[in-house]
Design a protein around this ligand. Sequence first.
Ligand code: SAH
Length: 348
Amino acid sequence: MKILQDLTLENLKELISSLGEKPFRAGQIFRSLQSGRKISEMTDLSTAFREKLLSEYEDEPVKIIKKLVSKDGTEKYLFALCDGNIIECVFMKNAYGNTQCLSTQVGCRMGCKFCASGIGGLVRNLTPGEMLATVAEVNKINGGTLQKRAVTNIVLMGSGEPFDNYDNVVAFLKLLSDKNGLNFSMRNISLSTCGLVPEMIKFANEGLPLNLTVSLHNPINSERAKLMPIAKAYSVEEILSACDNYFEKTGRRFIFEYSLVKGVNDTDECLNELIRLLKHRPCHVNIIRLNEVKENGLKATDDKSAYRFADKLTKGGLSATVRRLFGADIEGACGQLRRTYIKEEGNL
Ligand code: SAH
């Protein structure tokens, strides 16, 4: 079975005409899908047409199977895909809007030491329509419409490496920003990469000027490689030059994520190297408190030291803040909830 949400408006127009339906149906179906309606709920279509679509396309490509609500209001959803795989996504409410954090892959093959998503390796890529369907669903169940969205910001910071699923992520971003649908502005979308340099360079030319975020976590190559295997393929210098290129092409400043691991990357040596490398660059450093994952034994730097680290970066001439904690009591970190769920089901 195929996924109707994977189709662009142009693709839908072709499908509709091949099925002998009136052209205006394409836009109607596109809007319905982006509003989070199932095919079976599209009662504005004839029963025969709906049945024809349902014989080839999934009615519900993603289905919420569990919802957790944190004390701070953060919501975490577990979605089941049609092949039985499970993905997770987080919905955070801020004063300036509501942010949905979504996954781009089932699992991940980047193997970052601190991250729960990579423990079981990569299972498969998500399709553009699966990613879109999670946004449409979360928007709908929070009372949003196409005209007035409940989801105002999107961050591709869930499980998976977006640039390891490049074509599908680009197709998803085009669906998401389609004026006929959810109509997201690239300014409200952030994409986080562990630093796949060739894709970072390619992406700068896509005409999708979103907020590019890079997981740095250590400015010293040999030390970074101990946390992130990808550092063996691309150096910090190559990443920085890809970031500079992104700024030149898009005018968007870039962001670095830096999850503090006690005694590992919270040292003065790291601090000074960060200042040296980033001081004159148009960037911001997001200091993240490590979400401890039992399996890897890494410990978080305490809060006071985290704020001190950010403060020293600021005094060194950088723009740096400590990221607010969201949903720590509901396993907010990448891949944690999916892992627990699969374990409970006895599959791990
Ligand atoms: N693959 C992408 C996006 C996914 S992770 C990337 O690497 O950027 C989003 C961010 O959360 C990344 O910066 C990642 O390194 C970080 N992260 C993952 N697990 C974490 C944990 N347990 N504690 C703190 N940050 C974590």
